[in-house]
Design a protein around this ligand. Structure first.
Ligand code: ADP
Length: 501
């Protein structure tokens, strides 16, 4: 029986392999897991690096362990990959060794490049072509930095002797023993080099960022055959049949496949990806235009927005303010109050993300009275998750995205039922939390199972019913709370010396 899929989830802090069993009716269950933490390197302020060789070793080790735990490689039908996006690798085609440490998505070392390109007036063209703003977050300026930092790399790139790629491309190269230099279209959509309409590299963008096209991987669909594993690695030439960047894989994992479906992952930060349908939507609210997925001849575009501080606000209550001793306590403490008492917390600890984009903003609390106590801070922190989500959903609406049908949620914070109900109330949307939470790995597994023909559909509803929260707050109360929140955001922006827009 070859009904297992090997899903590789290569994240920022760890590398995991999960074996999913696919039932004949198309339901997925995780049967084995292996995980290895990843060392973070911070060589200078604002620089973040990973050792790509370490990532590869951990991938191989976790895959081998999961294959063994799940009863051997013959039980597996295919491999699916999901990964931290934008992180950039340069390697030697002949030896398969990295030529420099990988530059991680958080790394800001190339901000001078993107600032200069913006000052030269290139942002409208880049955003029009790729959906992305000019920012060092994306791979293009990282690729160019690597080529300049490694002696001889530029000349060798032109001769095809060195290769560039995001983590998916790196892992596929290693898994196939150097036979496939490919990437999937969702990962490619995060480089600033791919045309979002044609899903191909663009020569003018490659020239602008000084990245030779010859060094880039070929772009494929998310459920395409991406190569076969070298038989010596896992004992059999398993086909690699699915790949998507982490947030996009979660979109597929949640089954947010129709226009108007959206998912948001509430972890340390929160990441919204909203499916906008078959054509890209250009954002005027500084959301990012990106690819949702491309599989089976179908293409779904998405808009993406990030909240910098979500679960981290709860961590701050615990570790900074010390008003709770465990994140879980926040739910009971917030509910000791009948309402927020007019206290709002804007968790701008590291600035405000979409749609405000105020990196200089800082955390702000307003509305304190002599009655305010620790519970007000806890409640205000949990409520801020909902207000920030509402701001993103309003931005989506302003951009003309299809009306939201349901908000599918995952991540550590979703254990908090008070916060989930409050999100439903403030955002006026049904909030749905699946019983199985590993949506990123699940998305990679679903793409691979579909790609290899194990399932006939990309997504079928899981057997176990999700938890659902429906809006039940009255309109006047919602309007009053949102007015308070907007005042608080304004105060945060003014306090940081910004305009009160
Ligand atoms: P990440 O993948 O970013 O590490 P996780 O999805 O593991 O994040 O979620 C961890 C975050 O969830 C932490 O910031 C933690 O404070 C928060 N969290 C965990 N449980 C709860 C809870 N019951 N209520 C509120 N926040 C919670």
């Amino acid at each position: 029986m070859t009904r297992l899929i090997l899903a590789i989830d290569q994240g920022t802090t760890s590398t995991r392999a999960i074996a999913f069993e696919v039932s004949p009716s198309g339901s997925f269950s995780a049967v084995a897991v292996s995980q290895i933490e990843l060392v973070q390197h911070f060589p200078r302020s604002g620089w973040v690096e990973h050792d790509a060789a370490e990532i590869w070793r951990a991938t191989l080790q976790t895959c081998r362990e999961v294959v063994r735990k799940a009863g051997g490689v013959d039980r597996f039908a295919a491999v699916g990959i999901t990964n931290q996006r934008e992180t950039s690798v340069l390697w030697d085609a002949a030896t398969g060794e990295p030529l420099h440490r990988a530059i991680v998505w958080q790394d800001r070392r190339t901000s001078d490049v993107t600032t200069r390109l913006a000052a030269e007036g290139h942002e409208a063209m880049v955003q029009g072509a790729t959906g992305l703003i000019l920012d060092p977050y994306f791979s293009a300026s990282k690729y160019a930095w690597l080529l300049d930092a490694v002696p001889g790399a530029r000349e060798r790139a032109a001769r095809g002797e060195v290769k560039l790629g995001t983590i998916d491309a790196w892992l596929i190269w290693k898994l196939t023993g150097g036979k496939s230099h490919v990437t999937d279209a969702t990962n490619a959509s995060r480089t600033s080099l791919m045309d979002l309409s044609t899903l191909q590299w663009r020569e003018d963008l490659c020239d602008l960022f000084k990245v030779p096209m010859a060094a880039l991987p070929e772009i494929r669909g998310c459920a395409d055959h991406l190569g076969d594993c070298d038989a010596s690695l896992l004992g059999r030439a398993l086909p690699i049949h699915g790949s998507a960047g982490d947030q996009q894989a979660a979109l597929v994992g949640h089954g947010a496949l129709a226009a108007g479906d959206a998912k948001i992952t509430y972890g340390t930060g929160a990441f919204l990806v909203a499916n906008v349908g078959e054509a890209p939507v250009a954002s005027t609210s500084r959301l990012l235009g990106t690819l949702g997925y491309a599989a089976d001849g179908q293409v779904a575009y998405a808009l993406e927005g990030s909240i910098f501080s979500a679960g981290s606000a709860i961590q701050w209550l615990r570790d900074g303010l010390k008003v709770i001793s465990d994140s879980r306590q926040s739910e009971a403490v917030a509910q000791t109050l009948k309402d927020n008492g007019g206290v709002y917390l804007v968790p701008g600890f590291t600035g405000l993300g979409a749609p405000w984009w105020k990196p200089e903003a800082r955390g702000t609390v307003i509305g304190l009275t002599r009655d305010s106590g620790p519970a007000h801070f806890v409640r205000a922190a949990l409520e801020s998750l909902a207000y920030q989500t509402r701001d993103l959903l309003d931005a989506l609406k302003k951009d003309g995205a299809p009306p939201l049908t349901r908000l599918k949620v995952d991540g550590g914070v979703t254990a908090n039922a008070f916060a989930m109900q409050f999100i439903a109330d403030i955002c006026e949307v049904e909030v749905e939390r699946p019983a199985f939470q590993e949506m990123t790995a699940m998305g990679a597994a679903r793409l691979a199972a579909f790609g290899v023909g194990l399932t006939g559909e990309l997504w079928t509803a899981p057997l176990e019913a999700p938890a659902v929260w429906r809006p039940r707050m009255d309109e006047a109360e919602r309007a009053r709370l949102l007015k308070g929140w907007r005042g608080a955001v304004k105060a945060a922006i003014i306090a940081a010396g910004g305009d009160e827009t």
